[in-house]
Design a binder for this molecule. Sequence first.
Ligand SMILES: NC(=O)C1=CN([C@@H]2O[C@H](COP(=O)(O)OP(=O)(O)OC[C@H]3O[C@@H](n4cnc5c(N)ncnc54)[C@H](OP(=O)(O)O)[C@@H]3O)[C@@H](O)[C@H]2O)C=CC1
Ligand SMILES: O=C(O)[C@@H]1CCC=N1
Length: 271
Amino acid sequence: MQQKLIAFIGAGNMTRAIILGLLRSGYPAQKIIATNPSNGKLAALAELGVQTSHNNRFAVEQADVVVLAVKPQLMATACADFADQDLSQKLLISIAAGISVKRLNALLPSATAIVRVMPNTPSLLSVGMAGLFANAKCGADDRTFAADLMCAVGKICWLQQESAINSVIATSGSSPAYFFLFLEAMQQQAINMGLDPATARQLSQQAMLGAAEMAIENPQLELTTLREQVTSKGGTTAAALQVFEQHQLKQIVAEAMQAAVARAEEMESLF
Ligand SMILES: NC(=O)C1=CN([C@@H]2O[C@H](COP(=O)(O)OP(=O)(O)OC[C@H]3O[C@@H](n4cnc5c(N)ncnc54)[C@H](OP(=O)(O)O)[C@@H]3O)[C@@H](O)[C@H]2O)C=CC1
Ligand SMILES: O=C(O)[C@@H]1CCC=N1
């Protein structure tokens, strides 16, 4: 991966995840600067050798690549700190949900090459999944750098349409939380059935990990086939799946994902 000075604006969960991945892949810490208003998160990054600052303007001035990683509702405030700087030679990467390229161009008028990235928190363990959309002003170098950045923390896919970012949010950005909700429910019921909390958690999470690895290792098999392989006729799994069907699990999932997309679209008009 090319070594450019990367400024992360906002040093929260996602920035930390991406920086840890970069460092693990051998990216030099002194080529990274992170900003944040409060101290704690910066201090933790400074311990890893990363440069830190409270000053967005100072960080952006030196950077070749600027990663916008603040909450969507704070994006306008953060960008105002360096909106009058010449960003035309810098690659701008935004990981924010609900902030369009058009909005970024309005907030940062001199920005040219812009990549929107939708990552997820498993990036922290280098098993992230990110969708990337590049605007028409991005050259091959910009695309390669953005791809390399996210490949340091997981897998990526390129999107042809910006609107697909919202589908990525619903499918891989937010979905670790859907999964944790499912795990919480399983752990709770296992406890209700008499298992201790640690055993209930281990059984649930290890089964899910194994199932995810089976799906990954068997791309030639449809997910339906993998499900059917667990489901003996007249057996226990069939009894459980029948309950999911009665309660229309697929419809619930569809509605939840549609709600995520609708909120992303709403945020595009709010922030
Ligand atoms: N979390 C997730 O799973 C995912 C998040 N995203 C997107 O990533 C972005 C960041 O999310 P996440 O890391 O979870 O959020 P966090 O709240 O963990 O991190 C945002 C950080 O920005 C800091 N901040 C606030 N205002 C400014 C400012 N003006 N200048 C610089 N830094 C500032 C906050 O500081 P302080 O600590 O003082 O509040 C905070 O540390 C969001 O836009 C979100 O949509 C995308 C995909 C997945
Ligand atoms: O909840 C959110 O808005 C962000 C985007 C995807 C995951 N977290």
